[in-house]
Each structure stands twice: as C-alpha cells, then as structure tokens.
Design a protein around this ligand. Structure first.
Ligand code: ENP
Length: 266
C-alpha cells in the first residue's frame, strides 16, 4: 500500500553480517561491540509499529550501542554523489563517510519498515518521505547524521555535485539540516569543499556561485576556515577511470585544479 519498496529481504542476516564484518575486518579498532544486541536495538525502533510514527529518538539505544569514533581528517560529507563517495572512500580506507561507520553502515542501500501484527516487518512496501516524514529510514538517517557530525574532527571534507539540478548544496538536505549544525567547532581545523561536475554533465554550480556560495557564506558566518576546489583532481581521476577518452578527462592528469579559499578572522 505504500509507494516505496518494501523491507529488503533477509534484512536481519544482512545487517548482522555487516556488523560482524565491520568489527572483524573493516575497522577492528571498533572493539567490544555486541552485534546481536545492536540488531535487537535497531529492530525494536520500528518492528510491529506504525511506519509513519517512527522518530529519531526511537534509535537512541541503537546509536548508544553502535557509536564509535571517526578518525580526525577522515570525515566525508556529501550530497548527490552516493556511488562516487562509496568508491572514493574505499570502505573507510581513504575516508570514512557515514556509510563506512558501523552505525551508518547498518542502513546503507537498504529499506526497512514495520507494520502492526506478526511478523511485524513489511516486506511488500514502505512509506516514502513524501508520504510520511516520520518513517523508519528517514528517522534513522537523521539521528545517524547528527551523531556522525558530532564525531567529526580535524579537516572536514564535503563532496558536492556541481551538475545536480536541485543545487550542489541543497539547503534542506541532510548535510545542511542535520550535519553542519552538529559540528563541534572546537574540534574542527578546516573545512574543504569539493564541487565535482559529472563527466559530460553540465557545470551548473562551482565554488563561489549559486548554492555553493550560500554554503561558503554560512561557514564564514559560523567562523570556520574553508577552502573550495572545483573538480578536485584526486576525485576527478576516479570519475575519469570509466571515461578515459572523454574530453572532460583530457587534462585531468596534468592540469592543476583551481583552489580558492577564505580564512576566517579568529
Ligand atoms: P542520496 O539521495 O543521493 O542517496 C541516498 C542513498 O544513500 C540511499 O541509498 C541511502 O541508503 C544512502 N545513504 C548513505 N548515507 C546516507 C545518509 N547520511 N543519508 C541518507 N542516505 C544515505 O543521498 P542524500 O539524501 O543526498 O544524503 C546524503 C547525505 O548523506 C549527506 O548529508 C551526507 O553528508 C550524508 P538507504 O538505506 O536510505 O537506501 C545521512 C543521510 O552522509
């Protein structure tokens, strides 16, 4: 009856498996977590419940059990670039976006929601956020984002999409609403923005323009030092792996990328 996809089949096996793999292989510095307790806390947030009445606070126990530190300089925030970020972060080897943490990795690429009565999980359909805002997936990302932002320190990286039609920095997006306001300013040395256009895509926004400018002004007003780089070469090289002969990729390995920055008054 809902417009969204139903709960991912075998959700329990997937997330419990992810949890064990995370603490054993991906990030063994996260020690002493109990994956079956974490699953129980996760499922109790939504199982047997009306899927339009689930709030971030329903995941509090889950967050308490699964939260861990994010190494300094490794945070990577983004909008409209999920697969590029997944490839670039390399499962926390290069950067650690929310999806490469234990608590965020639980939900990545998955859908879940409950319904009243046994078995309490709806495998047929789940509400989209347009249908009801307070659904299990949306509320999960809200509390996970806020906690991830609070854990972030050192140099903070933000990867935006300069070809996105809704703006590189959506002012109602997760980053603007749940992440930036939760930064712990005293732990943050600098903020680096990368505005990546799609290869062959339109150059709709860049540093100093449009919604990127709105973000830069907001950071300045909050007293952060920031830099902004258009088509940052390291990420561009990854994008160009699949488009070697595209004209947008011709100069990538030799041309310097343009950086402009602003250092806030202390
Ligand atoms: P979209 O709309 O490009 O992509 C949504 C997809 O990314 C979904 O498959 C979602 O998993 C997965 N995902 C991974 N991390 C997040 C996340 N963190 N989040 C929402 N979805 C996430 O992404 P958005 O809506 O622009 O969100 C980007 C945000 O993620 C940025 O704020 C970035 O800093 C943050 P699923 O299970 O829902 O299918 C927070 C919200 O890390």
């Amino acid at each position: 009856i809902w417009k969204g996809e139903g709960t991912t089949p075998n959700l329990e096996s997937i997330v419990i498996g992810r949890c064990y793999e995370y603490i054993a292989v991906v990030n063994p510095s996260v020690a002493g977590k109990n994956c079956s307790e974490i699953w129980k806390a996760f499922k109790s947030a939504f199982i047997n419940k009306d899927p339009c009445n689930i709030f971030p606070s329903d995941y509090e126990l889950f967050i308490n059990l699964s939260l861990h530190a994010v190494p300094p300089d490794k945070s990577l925030f983004w909008e409209n670039n999920q697969l590029l970020v997944t490839g670039y972060s390399d499962r926390a080897r290069r950067f650690m976006p929310l999806s490469d943490t234990l608590f965020g990795g639980f939900g990545d690429f998955l859908t879940w929601c409950g319904k009243a009565g046994s078995p309490g999980i709806d495998y047929n359909s789940c509400p989209r956020t347009e249908e009801c805002e307070h659904n299990p997936v949306e509320s999960f990302w809200r509390i996970a984002s806020a906690n991830y932002a609070k854990q972030s320190s050192g140099v903070i990286n933000i990867l935006l999409n300069g070809s996105a039609t809704g703006g590189a920095y959506p002012v109602q997006g997760f980053f603007a609403v749940y992440e930036l306001p939760n930064f712990q300013k005293e732990k943050i040395s600098e903020i680096q923005i990368w505005v990546m256009d799609d290869v062959g895509g339109p150059d709709l926004e860049s540093c100093g323009k449009g919604s990127v400018q709105i973000l830069e002004n907001r950071l300045k007003a909050l007293g952060y030092s920031h830099t902004c780089t258009d088509n940052y070469r390291s990420v561009r090289l990854l994008q160009c792996l699949d488009h070697l002969n595209h004209p947008d990729c011709a100069a990538v390995s030799s041309a310097p990328s343009v950086q402009r920055g602003s250092v806030s008054a202390v």
